[in-house]
Design a protein around this ligand. Structure first.
Ligand SMILES: [Zn+2]
Length: 286
């Protein structure tokens, strides 16, 4: 009996020690990994709206968050910068960014509010005394919505002129979100190819005659955060990277898959202070 108890104590102690060591090593690895928080917003609203949506974020709260960003020592990356400096490391980080914390700010679905509220806010913030360079935001757009807005069939989404306004001023990074926001894993091969590749020319067409448009629609955010191995395989044919919406921070390491880039969700119920705290967790470039 006594021997049995002794054995049990040793086993329990072993489990405790192993658990403790695992937690310590996880904390150590976590503190050493380079973190880039990528924020995912949707529609921006000003005050009261007819139908409330948990994905809507208010202009006032967004302004609070962005003010912290422009006044702090952040480097707001676009998709191409993340790709070349961090994912593939194909180019060295420009020395002026040493000491800064990289983050990314994205908006999905291409709502009219991007032109109406986000663009004026970014322009206004640039004149802030402590603001550094232009804050560029990533817009993941559905070409079908742009097409409908162009035809005047919907005033919910941005049309070509809205996109041009933000792009030519250097505030919008225009990327893909699928032709018509369909659930990619549910599509057959033909539909999947069309959803991924179709409509790139619509987005490019909006910016015809404008310079530096070669990086347009080269990165994708999966609609509804839905992807699987097959979807990622096809995505790789048409895009350089794929973004999720899984409420996680991007932690760079050997495990980083450019077609599974995590993003943090910004819901209406998330106060700007919470987003600021998350931005502060970004690693400093050394
Ligand atoms: Zn979406």
């Amino acid at each position: 009996m006594f021997k049995k108890l002794k054995k049990l104590r040793i086993i329990l102690l072993g489990i405790l020690v192993t658990g403790f060591i695992s937690i310590l090593s996880w904390l150590l690895v976590d503190s050493l990994t380079f973190k880039i928080p990528i924020f995912g917003f949707h529609n921006i609203i000003d005050g009261q709206v007819e139908k409330e949506n948990y994905l809507d974020y208010t202009k006032t709260d967004l302004a609070k968050f962005l003010t912290h960003i422009v006044q702090g020592d952040y480097w707001v990356l676009d998709t191409n910068e993340l790709y070349k400096y961090f994912l593939t490391k194909s180019q060295p980080i420009p020395p002026e960014h040493i000491g800064q914390k990289p983050i990314i700010i994205t908006f999905d679905d291409g709502y009219k509010s991007m032109r109406q509220y986000v663009l004026p806010l970014l322009e206004e913030l640039e004149t802030e005394p402590k603001a550094g360079e232009t804050v560029k935001v990533v817009l993941f757009l559905n070409p079908n919505s742009v097409k409908r807005a162009e035809k005047g069939a919907s005033d919910k989404y941005m049309n070509c002129q809205d996109i041009r306004d933000g792009f030519t001023k250097g505030y919008f990074d225009i990327q893909g979100h699928g032709y018509s926001h369909r659930i990619l894993p549910k599509l057959n091969e033909k539909e999947l190819i069309f959803e991924l590749s179709g409509g790139k020319e619509i987005l490019k067409g909006c910016l015809s005659g404008v310079e530096n448009t070669d990086k347009i629609a080269t990165h994708l955010a999966y609609a509804y955060n839905k992807s699987n191995g097959r979807v990622r395989e096809y995505t790789a044919r048409y895009y350089l990277s794929g973004y999720l919406y899984n409420n996680r921070t991007l932690k760079l390491g050997w495990w980083t898959n450019p077609y599974r880039i995590p993003r943090l969700r910004a819901f209406r119920s998330d106060p700007p202070e919470k987003l600021i705290r998350l931005a502060q967790t970004a690693s400093e470039i050394r």
